[in-house]
Design a binder for this molecule. Sequence first.
Ligand code: HMG
Length: 383
Amino acid sequence: MDIGIEKIGFYTPKNYIDIVELAKARNQEPDKFTIGIGQSKQAVPAEYEDAVTMAAEAAEQILSDNRTDIGLVIVGTESSVDESKASALFLMDLLNLPEDARAFEIKEACYGATAGVQMAYNFIANNPDKKALVIASDIARYGINTPGEVTQGAGAVAMLISNQPEILKLENKSVYMSCNVGDFWRPTFSKTAFARGKFSNQIYIEFFQTLWEKYQAKYQATAEDFKAMLFHIPYTKMGAKAMRTLEGNIPDATYAELKNQYQESIKFGREVGNLYTGSLYLGLLSYLINSDVKAGEELLLFSYGSGAVGELYSAKVAKNFKDNLNSEEIKQTLEQRQQISIADYEKIFSKSIKNGEKVDPAEVTGKFYLSEIKENERLYSKK
Ligand code: HMG
């Protein structure tokens, strides 16, 4: 039985800042941010947006009227809104999902959604008449005037996994590894992450190298087997740094071609920033929409979550994938955003809805929003 991604939805907040403006405000060379880091814009979530609302926005795009066959709902996030209740449960009524489902949240930094995808694969193998909804949703925050600030971002990617992989067939070929590493963390008291930036880059690259060795050995694979290698993209230069380890170890023409293909996978990430666990899957969307990839070609996906877990797995592009992607809607989501000033971004950054406060729906730009915090409980609404 074929299993894989049937549909993909994407959401990012309406507001963004320009990275050159951010560089100027932080007394940095703009080229450092646009070339050295490789970003152009950064999504800025509104105060009524969080991992739940963005997950609902992305998922709503791919759900049909008949939702009764959804048997598994997983939200991968490290921007959780509650230490106890899973974000997936708020989605049950926001998205009118069937009660006859397992719904929960997975956390492991940027690896969470990949854990969800692999779990969904096994679920469909055992329940072929069902579908699984896996959503990656995060707000990446390091803080004003920190080295990580240029790599912030926000958004969600939702995937419907089923035995009708109209977009991508998962091949069940995968290698993974987990180690206790202090490269990046966010304690429960903090809204912003702490990172040993350069160390995190190094661990990311080491995980890729180890897993690529393992993958080749396990499946007798070579780089020529793949049309493209897709990476977790915390900032667009990062995947390129990891890929550089292949230079001289694979044929020059293959390396050149993989580098070209990589450029197509980072187009959307450059416009949004780090989505944390959604970044790899936004890279996949960017690649499928912008590249010349054809049905039947193989992709290699590198998932990395600080802390750290890495997984390298392959997938095959489906026959009519172009017809099953909401390409125009996704491009419009990116094009129809609004630039805000660095001063406004800083104001939004420091604001949050407090207990006892309500949100005026007239201010809300999307469909789903945090409408109120009452008795310390977050309440959500749909417009
Ligand atoms: P930094 O210290 O500000 O920057 O931190 P830098 O000095 O390393 O410079 C960055 C690059 O710009 C360098 O290039 C410079 O040479 C270049 P590189 O050596 O890396 O190729 N540069 C210039 N280029 C052109 N013109 C110029 C110029 N000046 C300098 N004028 C850092 C950068 C990424 C470390 C920082 O932003 C940070 O800490 N970010 C957060 C951590 C992060 O994103 N780590 C990535 C790997 S870990 C990961 O991916 C997991 C994660 O997503 C979390 C999760 O799993 O949940 C983060």
